[in-house]
Design a protein around this ligand. Structure first.
Ligand code: V47
Length: 391
């Protein structure tokens, strides 16, 4: 089974949901959604400001079920954050350390990083997710050697690695184009790119959140380049810090436009890439410079997931990353637009250093149970959303 490129199911919006949407004054938007019409920026704004989160969620659930019926996806993966030494000064980040001497800073040797994969020699996993700090002192070969060593140890593993932030940093530091960095990574074993580093595209908020890392245009250009080279990539949005609701919706529209562009190229050249999934990342406020900001409520989180599903009509999946949502909210989100909860993860650092109370990893049995208890049918996928094993 392959991931659908368009919604293929015919779900039903219940009479109760119709009533709620009518009462909320969302009849016109509902009609557009039922007719498969694209929602405008204004529609997105109307939805994200709507207090009746259950009705917005019901509409997003309709779209989610049109794409995927009752299926909910997960995978078995492992995370490697090879270093947290990072030159950037993002004020929301609890993971990065400026220098090698800073408390809690670390940089894995190649042996240590690959050791994490070797330790899983007998485990069924399909993906390794690599994200690193912007380390000023490592040679480019550190990353290509890491990719080669992982592929040598486990040729079967899909390597999803290096955010657009990292690709941009290496391009500047090692005087290469984005395409050259990506090509070298591909030659060394990279298979796809994660969605990190998008944060919020609005200039006003981005300047405060992450003044010295890749700009919005740079982030989009890395992904555009990756798609043109045939890589599938993901996209994220960090929500609930200092951005305005309008800026969240604008972020979604910008991603939708790039996806339109990439899908058009893919219609001509089937080897071109595109976005696979969108991951709204809920802000965590511990151990960073935004401790004064209250974390998003459950209602705000579910509404943002729902609006993402409704606005991103050309993305097949919205992923609710259980590590940052917590398990209960991740389960609920499967009825608010999300169709994927990510994976076993195995040692997550970025969110746990920011105060996440979720476990470091979940077993496959726990993920399956979690999805079943949410009333959905679990599907174990690989990175490209092909079925990896019967659940
Ligand atoms: O880019 C960092 C975010 C991202 C905080 O592509 C924070 O499949 C909230 O991108 N509060 C990294 N968010 C994680 C990421 C990701 C995760 C899971 C799956 C995929 C995928 C990608 O985490 C960063 C940043 O946007 N982040 N600190 C924080 N305090």
């Amino acid at each position: 089974m392959t991931a659908a490129l368009k919604p293929t199911h015919s779900p039903r919006l219940s009479p109760l949901a119709h009533m709620g949407l009518k009462r909320a004054g969302l009849t016109q938007i509902t009609e557009k959604v039922l007719a498969g019409e694209r929602l405008s920026l204004q529609d997105g704004l109307r939805l994200i400001e709507e207090p009746d989160v259950a009705s917005v969620g019901a509409l997003a659930n309709y779209v989610r079920e049109a794409w995927h019926g009752d299926l909910a996806y997960f995978n078995r993966n492992v995370h490697i954050n090879a270093t947290n030494v990072c030159e950037a000064s993002c004020i929301f980040c609890s993971f990065a350390r400026l220098t090698e001497d800073s408390p809690l800073s670390y940089t894995m040797t190649l042996k240590e990083a690959v050791g994490r994969i070797e330790a899983l020699r007998d485990a069924f996993i399909t993906e390794v997710h690599i994200v690193n700090g912007l380390h000023p002192g490592l040679p480019f070969s550190y990353y290509t050697d890491l990719l080669r060593a992982i592929k040598q140890e486990r040729p079967d593993l899909h390597i999803k690695g290096f955010t657009a932030v990292e690709v941009h940093y290496y391009a500047e530091k090692y005087e290469m184009s984005y395409a050259q960095v990506l090509q070298e990574f591909r030659d060394a074993g990279l298979d796809s790119l994660p969605g990190g580093g998008a944060e919020i595209f609005a200039e006003r908020a981005r300047k405060k959140l992450c003044p010295d890392k890749v700009t919005t245009d740079g982030w989009l250009k890395v992904h555009r380049t990756a798609h043109s080279l045939g890589f599938k990539t993901n996209a994220t949005m960090l929500f609930g810090s200092i951005e305005k609701l309008q800026e969240r919706v604008e972020h979604l529209v910008t991603l939708r436009e790039l996806q339109d562009e990439s899908l058009e190229k893919r219609a001509v050249d089937p080897n071109a890439g595109c976005f696979q999934t969108f991951i709204p990342l809920r802000f965590h406020n511990e151990n960073n410079r935004l401790e004064r900001i209250t974390e998003p409520t459950a209602a705000d989180t579910l509404r943002t997931i729902a609006v993402s599903r409704l606005m991103l009509d050309n993305f097949s999946h919205v992923k609710s990353y259980w590590v940052m949502l917590g398990m209960s909210l991740a389960q609920l989100s499967l009825s608010y637009g999300a169709s994927d909860i990510d994976g076993t993860v195995r040692e997550e650092r970025i969110y746990h250093m920011a105060g996440a109370r979720t476990p470091q990893e979940l077993t496959r049995t726990e993920l399956v149970q979690m999805i079943r208890n949410a009333g959905r049918i679990p599907v174990e996928r690989d990175t490209h959303y092909l079925v990896a094993a019967e659940a």
